[in-house]
Design a protein around this ligand. Structure first.
Ligand SMILES: [Zn+2]
Length: 718
């Protein structure tokens, strides 16, 4: 839900109209006043509702009383009222200020002056749209009204009153508890269903389920608002960061004085989702295996995750935000907490001794900083995902727009404020401490104190892959549990009937030729062919030797001593194996090497012979001292093993193309590390880890700069 409101506070006009008539203008007849929650300090407040703009303005008691003086044509009557109600203690400025406020927000009847102001505002609004707002922000944030559900809600609400009954609640609680109990007995089944959804068809179903839930969510808000007597003029779609979200206009909720009822409207959406989640969890646990079961699984997981991480999260402007705002009794929580946090920062930095923008409350400061940090990283994360998995250009644009709107623009704005304050800033404890912190911060960024170069690496023994040399039938294979094998041990034996036949043919032809040669002495005819026979005999001898050699290769021996790993799955003695099949790998677990993948930006920090250490991911293997033994001259474009691939939990970002090749996202150089001391791998073939090289020192700034340049060069295609 999104309450489309701008609660503005009376008495703060944005600008002054030029001329002033003698009497106060008339207030528009369609405006309505509603009592609001008390202020934090206990003063009564009112909401003035403008139904045309559907905006609410917050007013204090005094301003509301002053409204009685507006629209009086007669100056004498005005004076009389002033005496009667206010004991003549209303001064001209106060009335002027209120009038300005009403005029600026178009809350008075349209006299000539008001029309002028209105036109002026329209012109201004046209001018003020900056290119940034127009081309960057607009497509990412806009609203699209779809449907006015008011009449439909009026008609259908009576049929749904049973939902609000106590009995419904008890039934729901019972089903939830039962569902959780049944779930706890088949937890493993639940998570095994998860696999299915990592596919395009799974994703489609997922999106449909999400849309369905969101529609019910909005109806939750709408019905509860209706039940509390509000008008619900619009359900529509809003685009936030290019992501469509539904919204329901329940701004009418502001006219409800009871905070409890307002909270009910705000929480109704999530309540609906929780009901869906519980019901579907229950139905999942009792339905038979099949697509219906998966559908319930989907509904329950989606809703749980969405409710907790999106809707209830007060750091984004979803339901959680408005609920928190209402709970804290701070309308416009975001801008008020931001102002408070900025004031707090200035006081910490400069010790100005200025008054806070309103009654100081630490939670507001904490809230503001949480929002800033959370949103910055959230948008950075979205940018990263877009960049890595979808569109590079859009990702880059998003990155710069995120950086600009979340970091650069606010910092510049705040710096401008500081510059404006420069006459008030003097040397004191606060400013000295701030300077110290700034120097320390700059030092951390610009002083080259960082020596270590971390490199994604693998520790492995020397490896030899074994392939089937010729299609044939498997006669023998090693026991996979066999621990150690020696060099030249027979591992696999194959038999190729085709080859056998060829050998047989070649042998008989050879024998025949030998016979012919031997009998040359008795036959003069044959003697004349002696030359031909001799040369054919040589050829046939070659062929036979080749075939026998091939046959020899069908006995696959261990090329090095070590352990046999990765025997091709599902092969049995008697199976027919195709030629070229990778049948097993032999690892020499005593002669170890470390291979690292150095990022391009770090290349000039590493030289041959530099000391390094290898930290395995599994600490059982212990840290190993090493040195840089070799650095490739050419960057690799695809990863030669899967252990460090990000798709398999490694540290190197890769993208798999349609043919299954793991293409590197960034440029990497292969480096080889020599190891000190004798090491042995007991179980694993390969150990993933990080090699830390004691490289040339560099500053944080330098590293970030290099990385940027590398990405820029790569993406721009130089
Ligand atoms: Zn909502």
């Amino acid at each position: 839900m999104d309450r489309n409101i701008a609660v503005q506070t009376a008495g703060q006009p944005q600008q002054k109209p030029q001329a002033k008539p003698a009497v106060l203008p008339e207030i528009r007849q369609d405006l309505a006043l509603y009592p609001a929650e008390h202020d934090v300090d206990g003063a009564p407040l009112w909401h003035l509702h403008d139904p045309l703009a559907n905006k609410y303005y917050r007013m204090n008691d005094r301003d509301v009383q002053l409204l009685a003086l507006f629209g009086q044509k007669d100056a004498r009557e005005l004076k009389r009222l002033n005496q009667l109600i206010f004991k003549d203690n209303v001064d001209k400025e106060e009335l002027e200020e209120l009038e300005n406020f009403l005029r600026m927000n178009n809350l008075v009847k349209g006299d000539a002056m008001q029309l002028g102001i209105y036109q002026n505002q329209l012109d201004k609004a046209k001018e003020q749209v900056s290119w940034f707002a127009k081309y960057v922000r607009k497509p990412l944030f806009f609203r699209f009204p779809l449907w006015n559900p008011d009449k439909f809600l009026d008609k259908t609400l009576p049929n749904l009153h049973w939902l609000g009954h106590k009995a419904t609640l008890y039934a729901f609680v019972f089903i939830t508890v039962l569902g959780i109990y049944l779930f706890s007995r088949q937890v493993e089944d639940f998570f095994s269903t998860f696999q299915y959804f990592f596919s395009w068809s799974g994703l489609t179903v997922y999106i449909l389920a999400l849309a369905f839930i969101k529609i019910l969510h909005e109806f939750g808000h709408a019905y509860v608002a209706k039940a509390h007597g509000c008008r619900v003029p619009m359900i529509g779609v809003a685009l936030m960061m290019g992501w469509p979200v539904l919204y329901t206009d329940t701004s009418d909720a502001w006219k409800i004085a009871s905070r409890k009822k307002r909270l009910q409207i705000g929480a109704a959406g999530v309540a609906v989702e929780l009901v869906i989640a519980s019901l579907s969890l229950f139905l999942w646990s009792i339905s038979p295996e099949g697509s219906i079961k998966s559908a319930f699984f989907l509904l329950s997981t989606t809703t749980w995750l969405m409710s907790v991480f999106v809707n209830f999260n007060p750091l984004m402007r979803f339901d959680g935000y408005y609920l928190l705002s209402d709970l804290l009794r701070v309308p416009n929580l975001e801008s008020r907490s931001f102002n408070m946090a900025k004031w707090w920062l200035r006081e910490r930095l400069f010790g100005l001794g200025e008054e806070p923008p309103e009654h100081f409350r630490p939670p507001l400061v904490v809230y503001a900083y949480s929002v800033w940090v959370y949103r910055f990283f959230l948008f950075l994360g979205i940018t990263y995902i877009v960049y890595t998995f979808f569109f590079k250009v859009l990702g880059t644009i998003l990155f710069f727009s995120t950086l600009f709107s979340f970091l650069v623009a606010p910092v510049i704005k705040e710096l401008k404020v500081w510059i404006g304050l420069k006459d008030k800033i003097h040397w004191n404890m606060h400013t000295i401490r701030s300077c110290g912190f700034i120097l320390l911060f700059l030092g951390l960024i610009f002083v080259p104190w960082q020596r270590n170069v971390p490199v994604a690496a693998l520790l492995r023994g020397q490896i030899a892959d074994l392939y089937v040399p010729e299609a044939g039938q498997l006669l023998s294979m090693p026991d996979p549990r066999q621990d150690v094998i020696g060099e030249n041990d027979i591992l696999f034996e194959l038999m190729s009937p085709q080859l056998e036949r060829d050998i047989q043919q070649a042998t008989s032809r050879y024998t025949e030729l030998r016979w012919t040669q031997a009998s040359q002495g008795f036959d003069s005819n044959l003697r004349s062919q002696a030359r031909i026979v001799n040369s054919e005999l040589v050829t046939q001898n070659e062929i036979l030797r080749g075939l026998l050699e091939k046959n020899e290769q069908l006995v696959i021996r261990a090329p090095l001593s070590g352990r046999i790993v990765d025997i091709a799955p599902d092969i049995r003695i008697g199976d027919w194996l195709p030629s070229g099949l990778k049948i097993a790998t032999v690892v020499d677990t005593r002669n170890l090497e470390v291979v690292g993948y150095l990022e391009e930006g770090q290349l000039d920090r590493v030289e041959l012979g530099m000391p390094a250490r290898f930290y395995p991911e599994n600490p059982e293997y212990g840290v190993i001292d090493a040195y840089v033994k070799g650095i490739d001259l050419v960057a690799i474009t695809e990863l030669d093993n899967l252990y460090q691939s990000s798709l398999f939990g490694g540290n190197i970002a890769v993208r798999e193309d349609s043919s299954g090749v793991q293409n590197l996202v960034g440029s990497h150089y292969r480096i080889e590390l020599g190891l000190y001391g004798a090491n042995e791998l007991s179980q694993a073939k390969v150990v993933r880890g990080t090699a830390v090289i004691e490289g040339k020192s560099t500053s944080f700034f330098n590293r970030v700069r290099k990385r940027f340049v590398a990405v820029f060069l790569r993406e721009s295609g130089f």
